[in-house]
Design a protein around this ligand. Structure first.
Ligand code: ATP
Ligand code: MG
Length: 745
């Protein structure tokens, strides 16, 4: 009976057991990377729908990143078709909470048109709140950055601590200390408590929630308001172990009404968000939350060659506190992972570019640009690499780095639309009012907000009154300045109320404020920015299309208890705020480009070739970490993204923050190679026929014909000629060491 679904045929015995597992008994799947956890999850969803006949809209699938949600959506579409996939409530913890908070906002005491405040806006608010304390901080010789305060607040929120509780907890901790351990940190903590309190007030006044609030308020909603979760029959969570503590609580809350129909998958070895208060080794917690949870272990890795798996395991198993796990692969050994030193970051970058070219040539059509990923500990490491790739004319795209929605031009336009949707959202007003420049200074804006607070009106309403001459004490010059702004907002509001589509609203906005001209006048690279504006319009049409396809989605829950429901504009704004780069890049596009990503953002993804630069002390582990084992797991996550070729690179000298520093190889790798001398080699693959065959087999692609390989190699050798002369450091040319690159004559 079960076997009548053909997608079950491709599962191994343990995977099949997990998919067929009784839906009413909570299930925990624990397994290493590449063992098919995500595959099992998508198969289980399909089985719940096709065999147990659960309506797709009664299933909730949660992932950690948008990219992972997209990947899951894509895999699921192949199994159950696009229509049914679109009905499954799938998304990140944040996106799911946001959707339900819109619908049931009043229950948790917020307005349905709340705006999601992103990190940049949060930092701006905090920086404003810190201003009055600048002298105090300077007098104590303390530097306190807005980002630092925000991360304190975020940590407190992810533990579920309110501002009041934060201060109380801190005071308690101090009482335990004796007076002799006076700590200058106390001043900081006290101040952070104050700022936290003010920050919350400021968010509420703006009718906005930051990312952490989405989870906090979501948890509250799910826990206290049964109708918000009554639709749910089964919750499935991918990557439970990267999730924060609050996300896990919210899972419990969503899961509660299902009577324990919960499936979670995770790998404690890949827990990399400890700084977001996730805790490793917390298997017990879920078993307590969901009594009787069964565990299934998957032990076969389908992603990587045996040699990649061996090197990765050698790195992670240096953590002696780790629970040992079996992870096997039936794939052949394949080329040994490369570990290679370079004199400088430029030599390293040059190597990366040429090695990508060489590999593509020697694989004769089996690999393309999109099969390569360069995974970085932090995104600032990408600069030298990006220019080296550019020099070699290799197209690349940054994933999860500088986000599309964080770009100036995108934020400018979104600010107007946010203001149309939520006139209380101060950060949007502050931004939009001077786009294009209207010479309205900080003082005027502060006065405006103060007046709004006094009259219990939104700052925008106050501004409109000023404009309409209801305020005789305002100078005509000021009125003149705000004229264009007020007009634009009014036109847009009217259109939005009439149900205009977001792409149309954006087009109208561009006309109203003369945005193209503004970009031309103010931005030297305006053409690229104008392209991004067009991309925003495309994104808006896609959101519209998705919403229509999903058939109104939350309408299935019956009439909303709040008066205002989801407008097209609101849905678009929400999608933008919770998006990441991956969403605005088509898959066709990414196939043609080398991916540059942080290791964090690469979680759950896979590539045929993975290159990890800067595997050095200070980078791995990162010098500011307070959890070395988590850094080790992060390197493990990065290594296990690789299917057939893996490179770990490091430089003897690297420029960091304008200063050239001497660098040592990462202790993680040094320790692993001390114990297992042969897991790495300094020599990259020769790509003899046997090696080519393994790579093709692991990727499930046909082997390259010999003639094609020869043609591409000859072509590559022609262009590789310049390398000897142009290598960054003459003492150790970037690639000339490789016999395949020996130049004729
Ligand atoms: P990660 O921990 O990195 O998220 P994962 O456990 O979720 O990994 P998947 O991404 O589901 O692993 O699977 C890794 C690769 O192995 C995918 O390409 C998948 O299609 C393949 N795979 C998984 N199970 C099987 C199987 N039984 N037969 C063939 N291929 C499989
Ligand atoms: Mg996965």
């Amino acid at each position: 009976m079960a076997q009548s679904h053909s997608f079950l045929d491709s599962l191994n015995a343990a995977q099949l057991r997990a998919v067929l597992h009784e839906p009413a008994v909570p299930l925990q799947i624990l397994a290493g990377p590449g063992s098919g956890k995500t595959k099992v999850l998508t198969s289980r969803i399909s089985y719940l729908i096709l065999h147990h006949l659960l309506p797709p809209s009664s299933i909730c699938a949660v992932t950690f990143t948008n990219k992972a949600a997209n990947e899951m959506r894509e895999r699921l579409s192949k199994l159950i078709g696009k229509q049914r996939t679109s009905e499954v409530r799938m998304g990140t913890f944040h996106a799911l909470c946001a959707r339900f908070l819109r619908k049931f906002s009043k229950v948790v005491g917020i307005e349905g048109n709340f705006t999601v405040c992103d990190m940049e806006e949060s930092k701006k608010i905090i920086s404003g709140l810190l201003k009055p304390y600048n002298d105090f901080l300077a007098s104590k010789d303390i530097t306190l950055k807005d980002g630092t305060v925000l991360s304190f607040i975020s940590k407190a929120k992810s533990k579920g601590l309110t501002a009041k509780a934060f201060v109380a907890e801190h005071t308690k901790a101090n009482e335990r200390k004796s007076s002799s351990d006076f700590d200058p940190q106390d001043d900081i903590q006290r101040l952070v408590g104050k700022i936290y309190h003010e920050y919350e007030k400021s968010l509420r006044r703006s009718n906005s929630l930051d990312f952490d609030d989405l989870l906090l308020f979501g948890v509250k909603l799910f826990a206290e308001h049964p109708p918000a979760t009554s639709w749910c029959r089964h919750v499935l969570v991918d990557e439970l172990y990267v999730a924060s503590c609050t996300s896990r609580i919210s899972l419990t809350a969503i899961g509660a009404p299902t009577g324990g129909c919960v499936t979670v998958v995770g790998d404690p070895d890949q827990s990399i968000y400890g700084w977001r208060s996730a805790e490793v080794g917390n298997l017990a917690r879920m078993r307590k939350d969901f009594v009787g949870a069964e565990q299934i272990f998957l032990e076969e890795n389908y992603r990587s060659t045996a040699s990649i798996l061996k090197a990765s395991l050698a790195i992670v198993s240096q953590d002696k506190s780790r629970i040992p796990k079996t992870l096997l692969t039936s794939h052949p050994s394949g080329p040994t992972p490369v570990l290679r030193a370079f004199p400088s970051e430029h030599a390293e970058a040059a190597f990366i570019a040429v090695e990508i070219k060489r590999t593509v040539a020697y694989m004769g059509g089996v690999l393309r640009w999109g099969d390569f990923a360069i995974l970085l500990r932090f995104s600032a490491l990408s600069r030298a690499i990006e220019s080296a790739l550019q020099k070699e004319a290799i197209p690349s795209a940054v994933l999860g780095g500088h986000k599309f929605f964080e770009r100036l031009e995108i934020k400018d336009l979104l600010a107007y639309l946010q203001l149309v949707d939520n006139p209380n959202f101060v950060p949007a007003l502050t931004r939009a009012i001077n786009v294009p420049g209207r010479g309205i200074g900080e003082k005027s804006i502060t006065a405006l907000i103060a007046r709004a607070d006094k009259t219990h009106a939104s700052p925008l309403a106050v501004l409109e009154r000023i404009h309409d001459a209801e305020q005789p004490d305002i100078r005509p010059a000021v009125k003149g300045k705000v004229g264009g702004f007020v007009k634009a907002v009014r036109v847009l509001r009217k259109l939005a109320n009439e149900g205009a589509s977001p792409p149309d609203l954006i087009r109208r906005l561009l006309e109203l404020i003369g945005y193209e001209d503004h970009l031309k006048k103010t931005q030297p690279d305006w053409e690229g920015r104008w392209e991004n504006v067009q991309e925003l319009i495309t994104f808006a049409s896609e959101v519209e299309h998705d919403v229509n396809q999903a058939g109104g989605d939350l309408d299935l829950l019956g009439p909303s208890p709040t008066s205002d429901s989801d407008t097209p504009l609101r849905l678009f704004l929400q999608a933008s705020m919770l998006s990441s780069e991956g969403d605005t890049q088509s898959d066709e596009d990414s196939k043609e480009k080398v991916t540059i990503s942080t290791c964090h953002a690469a979680k759950g993804l896979e590539w045929p070739v993975v290159i990890i630069p800067a595997v050095e002390q200070g980078t791995f582990p990162f010098y500011r970490t307070d959890d070395v084992q988590e850094e080790r797991r992060l390197l493990y996550v990065a290594c296990t993204r690789a299917q057939s070729l893996l490179y770990l690179l490091h430089a003897a000298k690297r420029k960091v923050g304008g200063e050239t520093k001497t660098k040592d190889l990462s202790e993680f790798v040094a320790a692993a190679t001390k114990e297992h001398a042969t897991i790495f080699t300094p020599r990259a693959a020769q790509f003899v026929p046997a090696e080519r065959a393994v790579v093709a087999r692991v990727l499930g692609r046909p082997e390259a014909p010999a003639a094609e390989v020869a043609r591409r190699v000859a072509e590559f050798r022609k262009t590789a000629r310049y390398l000897a002369g142009e290598a960054d450091d003459a003492a150790q040319p970037a690639v000339a060491w490789h016999p395949a690159l020996a130049l004729p004559g």
